[in-house]
Design a protein around this ligand. Structure first.
Ligand SMILES: NC(=O)c1ccc[n+]([C@@H]2O[C@H](COP(=O)([O-])OP(=O)(O)OC[C@H]3O[C@@H](n4cnc5c(N)ncnc54)[C@H](OP(=O)(O)O)[C@@H]3O)[C@@H](O)[C@H]2O)c1
Length: 295
């Protein structure tokens, strides 16, 4: 199948993602084309990494800074964010740097005010949502406050961010929005009562955002990690298959943005199995999950 629909991307000059409407050109996209404008050159780009005080977000902020991007880091832990900025201030040069913007994403007004202050300084080329909250939960032991906490951080927080940044990004007709979901959102899993549904919602949200924003010249991607060694997974008391480091996760995401992928998943040896499981009929899926987890 091929499509002849038109989309705007690729600036006349400068990095792919920095396209402004007046520079945009119509590009024909075929079935095998990249789904997003590719981001291959990070020098001079401005990226906002939300959830950058630890884990995948911190590693990605570090990797993007090393490639020459100006990195704005957010999370609640201001001490960690300031340490990040301090670590990277030695590399500061024209157009490159790091800034800390402490933030609680559950506070819609704070997200809006922070985004407005950041956007006053200049446009954003990438907004990466890495915030996450995860605690095991089963239907036999429901903790309503923690259920709501999962929803607030993993899903509603993203809504706060897109509400704050999208008007400026769509007016500019450029920029990329990336959200970290999880393979745990593909299908129901044991102990994932609180976490899994928020990630399923996030993946669905990203698909909707892509359909609406791609014709306007924006990039949208959703990230589906397998197991990554971070504070979030430190509580797991089982052997995590195909476990990778946050640095490896960051490199996979940068490779995915360079290819213009919509669905960035890693490590492939694990995520491909999870994708296959997604295709099974329930009468085969449920027993397979019970066998694999013993739960
Ligand atoms: N690690 C894995 O195996 C794995 C697998 C699949 C998906 N993921 C997803 O990957 C993303 C990153 O997770 P990670 O593993 O790197 O865990 P992590 O190290 O615990 O990072 C989570 C980040 O979210 C921030 N955060 C939490 N609540 C917040 C709030 N209310 N406001 C602002 N920031 C908040 C944390 O910072 P503060 O506490 O300082 O606020 C931290 O920077 C998450 O979306 C997670 O669900 C992880």
């Amino acid at each position: 199948m091929s499509t002849s629909r038109q989309f705007t991307a690729e600036p006349a000059a400068g990095p792919d993602v920095a396209a402004a409407p007046e520079h945009a050109i119509a590009v024909k996209r075929g079935f095998w084309s990249s789904l997003n404008p590719r981001i291959t050159e990070w020098r001079g780009l401005r990226v906002w990494v939300i959830g950058a005080s630890s884990g995948i977000g911190e590693a990605t902020a570090t990797a993007l800074h090393a490639r020459g991007a100006q990195v704005l880091v957010s999370a609640r832990n201001a001490v960690s964010l300031n340490a990040f900025v301090k670590r990277h201030s030695g590399n500061a040069s024209a157009g490159v740097g790091a800034q800390a913007w402490p933030l609680d994403v559950t506070d819609a007004a704070a997200v809006k005010a922070t985004a407005a202050a950041i956007l006053t300084q200049g446009p954003l080329d990438l907004v990466l949502y890495c915030d996450g909250h995860y605690r095991e939960m089963r239907a036999t032991d429901i903790d309503m406050a923690d259920l709501k906490q999962h929803l607030a951080i993993n899903y509603t927080g993203v809504l706060h961010v897109i509400d704050a940044v999208l008007p400026t990004m769509t007016a500019r007709g450029a920029g990329h929005l990336s959200v970290i979901s999880s393979v745990a959102g593909f299908r129901g899993l044991p102990k994932s009562l609180a976490y899994g549904p928020t990630k399923a919602a996030l993946t669905n949200l990203a698909e909707n955002l892509y359909l609406d924003l791609e014709p306007l010249g924006l990039g949208v991607s959703v990230v589906h990690p397998g197991f990554v060694q971070t504070p979030l997974t430190a509580q797991n008391n089982f052997t995590m298959p195909a476990l990778i480091t946050p640095e490896q996760a960051a490199e996979s995401m940068i490779a995915g943005w360079a290819k213009g992928d919509f669905d960035i998943h890693y490590p492939k040896r694990f995520t491909r199995v999870m994708k296959l499981l997604r295709l099974l009929p329930y009468r085969a899926y449920f027993p397979a999950v019970r066998r694999a987890t013993g739960l």
